[in-house]
Design a binder for this molecule. Structure first.
Ligand code: F6P
Length: 362
């Protein structure tokens, strides 16, 4: 059997579970093909390393002891998909360079661990004739065709812990506390953490908030004598109803004039003015992406890694590994890269939130 050379890169924002997935692929390949029949080439800092041929052959021992390690042993960088075909001031043809690195390193296959942007470039390279396999990672859980991405549940656990801690201090001080949660344009992380952390209000990008309704729900808690504090889980991508009606450029212009990048600081002022209750915001930010993966993510990342190894063995390229229902499977890269997975109107967790009376700000 000819020795396989597999290139691996991690693209976009990091998340817990990347190393667990790398370890899963490598261990399964060593185990199923034999350690002498496969070698791994690590590509530093995502597509940036592929463009610049920043690569190195990795030893089996480099993949030991990384299961619990946060971040990525390969390093990551954002190299936006929309710039891949654009020749910039450095005159580099990025797509040609990536193909050259693939050839120069005599790769049989390229594994790309990443989110939406990483999948788009993976699909581009696949269309250009490279053998590519994607693994869906992101705390945002917004990759089409997989019910969950690795990294997501660890971030849900961290965000839930933040909400739990904010609850006790909000209670002590009778404050309204907003917790702004990452997730890019989607609300998966805010929704799951909001339900797990017992948020009184959950504001998602998919459901633009109506300020009057939002205030009604906060005031109702106060008027009912239920309590004089509220915890609001708000997605970083949240929009007001008025903003949602604007074009993206106009929205960005207005926010720049207001001196804000998310809706949270505006809401803090508006809620305090409308309720008379002291209102504060907490932004855990990149803490949601740091540290060790949860047990769930270790298992999921290892399963995805092992599935990718099986695809390598079958020489089944041009796919992204996925979890559909209970089944680990794969989707064509073209499909996985085609659209963002938003929280649908009929999502079961969303329904649960509604059923228990959580306000969605509408
Ligand atoms: O995609 C993961 C994510 O953490 C998003 O939730 C967030 O919008 C973005 O990355 C932040 O990116 P960066 O770390 O490049 O600022």
């Amino acid at each position: 059997m000819a020795k396989r050379r597999i290139g691996i890169l991690t693209g976009g924002g990091d998340c817990p579970g990347l190393n667990a997935a790398i370890r899963g692929v490598v261990k399964a390949c060593y185990n199923l093909l034999g350690e002498d029949n496969v070698e791994f080439v690590g590509i530093a800092e995502g597509y940036y390393g592929l463009i610049n041929n920043d690569t190195r052959e990795m030893k089996p021992r480099e993949f030991s002891g990384i299961l619990t390690l946060g971040g990525t042993i390969l390093g990551s960088k954002r190299t936006p998909f929309k710039m891949m075909k654009v020749i910039e001031a450095d005159d580099v043809d990025k797509v040609a360079q990536m193909k050259k690195t693939y050839r120069d390193n005599r790769l049989d296959c390229l594994l790309t661990l990443g989110g939406n942007g990483t999948h788009k470039t993976a699909n581009l390279l696949s269309e250009q004739g490279l053998n590519v396999i994607g693994l869906p990672k992101t705390i945002d859980n917004d990759i089409w065709g997989t019910s969950v991405t690795f990294g997501f549940h660890t971030a849900v656990d961290i965000a839930t812990d933040v909400l739990d801690r904010i609850h006790t201090t909000a209670h002590s001080h009778s404050r309204i506390m907003l917790v702004e949660i990452m997730g890019n344009k989607t609300g998966w992380l805010t929704l799951y953490a909001g339900v797990a952390g017992g948020a009184d209000v959950i504001i998602l990008p998919e459901i633009p908030y109506d300020f009057d309704k939002l205030i009604e729900s906060v005031n109702r808690r106060i008027d009912d004598g239920k309590s004089s504090f509220s915890v609001i889980a708000i997605a970083e991508g949240a929009l007001s109803v008025e903003e949602a009606a604007l074009k993206k450029k106009e929205r960005a212009k207005r926010r720049a004039e207001e001196g804000i990048t998310t809706a949270t600081p505006r809401l803090v002022k508006q809620i305090q003015a409308a309720t008379g209750f002291e209102t504060r915001a907490v932004v855990p930010g990149h803490m949601l992406r740091g540290g060790s993966p949860s047990a769930y993510d270790r298992v999921l990342a290892t399963k995805f890694g092992a599935r990718a190894a099986n695809l390598i063995i079958k020489e089944k390229y041009g796919y992204s590994v996925a979890l559909v229902g209970e089944v680990i499977t794969e989707n064509p890269l073209a499909d996985a890269a085609s659209q963002t997975k938003f929280v649908p109107e009929d999502d079961k967790v969303l329904k649960t939130a509604r059923d228990i009376g959580v306000s969605l700000g509408v």
